[in-house]
Design a protein. Structure first.
Lengths: 644, 598
């Protein structure tokens, strides 16, 4: 399958996060390993693309096709960029020829006016080269950036398409590191490394083809020096590469050490250990530095080899041509004798012959980082190889009619579901659910439950007995392996789960606090006639008015100061209350980890919220359970029910 | 290609408008930038002056050798060609000196390059080590430490990316700049030997174009670099919101909007990338134009000089080749110029943490020997907040007394502990206390050996003392089980991040052993058994009671089992102490009964 844009190398084992940290921590000083890595000759020549299908989650059949098209366009753009950049570099050939023949003319006593034409030519070609250079840089960017966007999007779609119950789902910090910072390396890889690689495989060959017709000896010198570079770099670099990679991990540990100590700063300060820790940090860093330098002394030899051969290549060509022109080395020019202009021409091309190789070595770091980023993004975007990912029902369906209209995929609009207004009945029959990879069932066997509209029910039992799982199944956060669930008489399935969720209010155990102001955290951007007023009303109702007054419009969440456990739960209540259309309230352990006063306040709020709605609470708090109409124990196979 | 950026703005989940700074703040930032840059460069300079200079000098020498190699080769070929025209001159031509010179330059260039890389990297590592140490010290200052504790995720991410950005200041900007400067001087001088005016003008042109273009580019890149940096932070936040907030988004039907918000953040990032790339493209083109102009001028000049007989063809060839090679080192500044904006942003943010700050005011001890802490009419108000979080609190903690502060979450319990720990200063009122040690709510153990973790509290303690503390905390069996070999002490066994490899209860007990080593007369325990099961919690609390013998203890809690440790209960409500009871009084049992059981 030629359409796939990702080279075979990306299929390797994904780099662990630790390694990524190394990249950013020491990326700029990591050139030792890069140079050593540049040794692999295959990388210069290889331009083969692997056939690897990238399926994204439970993507519809259409998706891979879209991706294929992306791939072809990316590759074409990268090739175009590389060709433009190579063309810009090759403009040096006519420029060099003009310079060489002009100086040749000078040597033969040509008048100054004879210089006007070649000088104008050099200038004109130089301006053309400037334009092509700029175009090449732009083209490389334009080709690469959409790939980054597409890959980010695919990764986020895949994350969003996995059920929150999926234990193997990526942690948020890791997702941010991979899709955020690490993914940036993809762009540098595509826009710098790929063109440099193509240039390194085109330009030296063209130059060689221009040199050989004049002198096979000069051509031979270049031809011998060029492959020797990767060879020697490999010989020196191979062992150094492994050693320096290990060492660079230690360099990355310098950052890890700092972060580790800063995270525990309160303890360090209270123990009066600031001075000791700072000294220790410094001593550690100095040790790492000494060890690293010992390794780099060898690793840098490989970059020295590159320098040596390119410098010696130029020197040998110059010396050979000099002796040849003197008549002391009369061979090498196909039986004739080189003119001064021809000799100068060859000399001017010699450094240009090595430049693409040096350029490639300079961007080698981009390759390693880019491939690691690609592998990490792949890992996020593709489901587990064992096929054990737990999909989120309806994740690939539009959530609202507006989403359907704006969606680039030709999906149908969400089904219009006819649900009764007011409280919704809940019925589940013969449910069976098992977590991927688990042998035990998460629910009592063939579990069935019938909850009347407006009823208030507690699912009681110690933790780990499936009550949170059952609640999640009722909310459509995962699909049961068998059995059916109906909400308000409508079956819960991929097609109408989004519509049904609009009639549900969810109060989770640990509600996520989004980056933003408190009010925005209540509305979450949901439409309402007067969003601000509705959010404020919900905050007042949830006893968060004080907190809102204290914080003002301050940012809370990831970027800001957090909320206490009780405040977070009241925020979840406010979020639930914001949805006036809800006919079913689902609450998962709402009073766990709260002090008694807060727990009872939450209980009252919950009952208030349940007015005119159906309420299902998963809990092990007997005080909360006692306030419900009915308690369902999930613990044993013969689920006893009790009415209060 | 389908661009996912939403065309119609949809209400995205909450997100702060990234990088929106008031103009006044922006101005004050740009005013303080020179001072900040000075602070960072001083840090570079004081520690590693010789290495830094040597590295730059070697870089310049590498470049010079390259220019000389090409210039000499051009002269040699042209001279030999002219000499080779007749057999007599060919024989008389001294080939030895120039060809040896060429080979010598090729070898010295290689050696200089090798030396440059070693020296510059060594210097960079040294600077990084110093930078990390200084950043740590800076963040360990009381005010900064508290800010860090309040919003660790964002600040720690910024800190590491800022330190990384500073890496490029020396390697990518200062070293290439030194090399380029050397190249301009050398080319100017060598061309000046051919013709004074030619050399002067060429040197000036090299400086003007070679340094002016990157400088201009760096200036232009400032704003997009800032937008890029804040855009990346926004993107990061939205990814975290999408991943960690998935359930909330799905249940409110906002997942599609969250994805659109993420795509919008990426689109803004792409905009900044695009602006930076456009600048980079212009710099590339500008260098090509500058090179073409210099080459053309050199060709015309040498033609005129040759016609007037001032120089011969070999010198003309040398001059053209020197001009050709002279601008090459400037191209290395291209990437550096693009990164300067990000580095300056990092400088502006890091520098305040790098300068020495005045030490925290030393807490005075209470006058009475039998008292470990007193609070008189203490209020704390966060800047900009409408009301104080802590108001008019009076409290005396006697030596050896055990107090539990109880109250709902957000009542001000943590503020009280922070005040006693010296992490927070009172806005009004007076706090006096003897040295206090805080047991943080989350067990904070470090990636280090057992010894390293324990010696934080007592750097001079010997193994016997450390083992005694572990025995007191009933951890002696645990550590004996970890003996790594016959020769090494079990104290050398490593602990993972956050104390990985220990159970929750063991981690707590290890933290208590550490407090014991610190030997402060006042212990502050912040919800010490939160998130532990009942049996483990009893075990930890028993341990705490035993170890705290003879010390004053203040516990912040909402659990009955923890409050039961105390002799006196204090109720906090909305930042005020509203009730108090001592053990033995009926109110004590009433308050205790009102707390949450296991």
């Amino acid at each position: 399958m030629r359409g796939n844009p990702w080279p075979a190398e990306t299929g390797g084992a994904p780099a662990p996060l630790q390694q990524r940290e190394t990249m950013t921590a020491t990326g700029r000083v990591a050139s030792a390993a890069d140079d050593a890595a540049a040794a692999f000759p295959a990388a210069v020549a290889a331009d083969r693309f692997a056939a690897r299908q990238l399926a994204v989650g439970a993507a519809p059949a259409r998706q891979p096709a879209r991706k294929r098209q992306h791939g072809r366009e990316d590759r074409d753009a990268a090739r175009k960029a590389a060709l433009i950049q190579a063309a810009a570099t090759l403009i040096w050939l006519p420029q060099a020829a003009l310079i060489a023949w002009a100086i040749g003319g000078l040597a033969h006593g040509a008048p100054a006016s004879a210089m006007l034409a070649p000088a104008a030519g050099v200038l004109g070609l130089g301006l053309l080269r400037a334009a092509l250079d700029a175009l090449g840089v732009r083209q490389a960017f334009r080709g690469a950036r959409p790939t980054l966007t597409a890959r980010r999007r695919a990764a986020c779609e895949a994350i969003a398409a996995r059920s929150p119950l999926d234990m193997n789902r990526v942690a948020s910090g890791e997702a941010a590191a991979i899709v955020g910072e690490q993914a940036e390396a993809v762009q540098a890889w595509l826009s710098r490394f790929q063109p440099a690689r193509m240039k390194a495989s085109i330009v030296p060959l063209v130059i060689l083809a221009c040199v050989v017709p004049f002198s096979w000896v000069a051509g031979l010198i270049l031809l011998v020096a060029a492959p020797l570079i990767p060879l020697f770099m490999a010989l020196i670099g191979w062992r150094a590469k492994a050693a320096s990679e290990a060492q660079l991990v230690e360099m990355g540990a310098m950052n890890a050490f700092l972060l580790d100590r800063l995270r525990g700063l309160a303890t360090i300060r209270t123990l009066g250990a600031v001075e000791a820790t700072a000294t220790r940090l410094r001593a550690n860093a100095e040790t790492v530095r000494r060890k690293t330098m010992a390794v780099l002394r060898i690793a840098f030899l490989s970059s020295a080899v590159l320098e040596l051969f390119s410098a010696l290549g130029v020197a040998l060509v110059a010396v050979y041509i000099g002796f040849h022109l003197l008549g002391q080395l009369p061979f090498g020019a196909w039986g004739g004798k080189l003119t001064l202009a021809q000799g100068l021409f060859i000399l001017l091309l010699a450094p240009a012959f090595f430049d693409p190789l040096r350029e490639l070595s300079a961007v080698w770091h981009d390759k390693a980082a880019g491939e690691a980023a690609m592998a990490a993004l792949d890992r996020l975007s593709t489901p587990d190889t064992a096929g054990e990912a737990l999909p989120l029902p309806g994740a690939r369906q539009p959530e609202t009619p507006a989403d359907a209209a704006a969606s680039p995929f030709p999906m149908g609009p969400p089904l219009e579901i006819s649900l009764p207004a007011g409280p919704l009945a809940v019925a589940a029959h013969d449910l069976g659910f098992r977590y991927p990879g688990a042998t035990a069932h998460a629910l009592p066997e063939a579990f069935s439950i019938d909850i009347a509209a407006g009823e208030r029910v507690a699912l009681l039992g110690p933790s780990g007995d499936g009550k949170s799982t059952l609640l999640a199944l009722l909310a459509g956060l995962a699909a049961p392996q068998h059995g059916v669930i109906a909400i308000g008489g409508q079956p819960l399935n991929d097609a109408n789960v989004a519509g049904l969720r609009q009639r549900m209010a969810w109060i989770g155990q640990q509600p996520h606090i989004f980056t933003g102001a408190l009010e925005a955290n209540v509305s979450l951007g949901r439409p309402a006639p007067d969003v601000g007023a509705s959010a404020r009303q919900a905050l007042r109702w949830a006893n968060l008015a004080d907190v809102a007054a204290n914080r003002g419009g301050a940012i809370i969440g990831e970027g800001g100061v957090g909320l206490s456990g009780g405040e977070a739960l009241r925020l979840a209540l406010a979020r639930a209350a914001f949805n006036h259309n809800a006919g079913l309230v689902l609450a998962d352990e709402p009073t766990a980890h709260l002090d008694r006063a807060t727990a009872s306040a939450v209980t009252e709020s919950l009952l208030d919220l349940a007015e005119g709605r159906t309420l299902i609470v998963a809990t092990h708090d007997p005080e909360l359970a006692a306030r419900m109409d009915r308690t369902i124990r999930l613990a044993a196979t013969d689920a006893p029910e009790e009415r209060t | 290609m389908t661009a996912p950026a939403p065309t119609t703005p949809r209400p995205a989940p909450p997100g702060n408008p990234a990088g929106s700074r008031s103009p006044a703040l922006q101005r004050s930032l740009s005013r303080s930038l020179p001072r900040s840059l000075g602070a960072v460069l001083k840090l570079f300079w004081t520690g590693q002056r010789n290495h830094l200079l040597l590295g730059a000098a070697l870089a310049a020498f590498t470049v010079l050798a390259g220019i000389a190699l090409l210039g000499l080769s051009g002269w040699f070929i042209t001279a030999t060609a002219i000499a080779g025209l007749s057999a007599a001159t060919a024989l008389a031509f001294d080939v030895f000196a120039p060809s040896a010179g060429i080979r010598f330059l090729a070898l010295t260039r290689t050696a200089a390059r090798y030396g440059e890389r070693l020296v510059t990297h060594d210097a960079t590592f040294a600077v990084l080590a110093a930078l990390r140490e200084r950043a740590f010290r800076g963040w360990a200052q009381p005010g900064a430490a508290r800010r860090l504790l309040l919003r660790p995720a964002r600040l720690l991410f910024r800190l590491t990316s800022d330190i990384d950005a500073l890496d490029s200041l020396y390697l990518r900007i200062l070293v290439p700049a030194a090399a380029a400067l050397g190249a301009a001087l050398a080319a100017g001088v060598s061309l000046g030997l051919v013709n004074g005016w030619f050399g002067l003008l060429a040197g000036l042109w090299l400086l003007l174009a070679g340094l002016g273009v990157p400088a201009l580019a760096a200036r232009r890149a400032l704003t997009p670099s800032r937008r890029r940096s804040s855009g990346l932070e926004t993107l990061r936040q939205r990814i975290i919101d999408l991943t960690a907030g998935q359930t909330d988004l799905v249940m409110t039907g906002r997942m599609a909007a969250a994805q659109a918000g993420l795509a919008a953040a990426d689109a803004r990032l792409a905009d900044a990338d695009n602006a930076l790339n456009r600048i980079e493209a212009r710099v590339t083109a500008a260098f090509s134009v500058a090179t073409a102009l210099l080459l053309t001028a050199a060709l015309l000049t040498v033609a005129a000089l040759a016609e007037s007989g001032a120089i011969g063809a070999p010198v003309a060839a040398m001059a053209v080749l020197v001009a050709l090679a002279a601008l090459e080192p400037f191209a290395a500044l291209r990437r550096g110029a693009m990164e300067l904006g990000r580095a300056l942003l990092a400088v502006g943010r890091l520098a305040p943490r790098l300068v020495d700050q005045s030490a925290a005011p030393v807490r005075q001890a209470p006058a009475d020997d039998q008292v470990v802490a007193t609070l008189r009419q203490v209020s704390v108000r966060h800047p900009g907040a409408a009301r104080p979080v802590f108001a008019d609190v009076d409290l005396t903690v006697g030596a050896g007394e055990r107090i539990a502060i109880i109250g709902a979450s957000g009542a001000g319990k943590s503020t009280l502990l922070a005040l006693l720990a010296g992490e927070l200063e009172a806005t009004t009122g007076e706090v006096r206390n003897r040295p206090a040690s805080l047991l943080t709510q989350r067990t904070e153990l470090f990636q280090d050996s057992w010894r390293g973790n324990l010696q934080l509290a007592a750097p001079q303690a010997n193994d016997a003392t450390l083992m005694a503390a572990l025995t007191a905390a009933s951890l002696d069996d645990v550590i004996r089980g970890r003996s790594t070999g016959a020769m090494t002490s079990p104290l050398d066994a490593p602990l993972g991040e956050g104390g990985a490899g220990l159970s929750g209860g063991q981690g707590r007990r290890l933290a208590l052993a550490r407090l014991l080593l610190r030997d402060a007369p006042l212990w502050l325990l912040d919800e010490p058994t939160e998130a532990l099961d009942a049996a483990t919690a009893r075990d930890v609390l028993g341990c705490a009671a035993r170890l705290a013998e003879g010390r004053a203890v203040v516990i912040a809690t909402h659990l009955r089992r923890e409050a039961d440790l105390a002799d006196r209960l204090l109720v906090m409500n909305h930042g005020r102490l509203t009730a108090e009871a001592r053990r033995g009084e009926p109110a004590f049992d009433v308050l205790l009964a009102g707390l949450r059981p296991d």
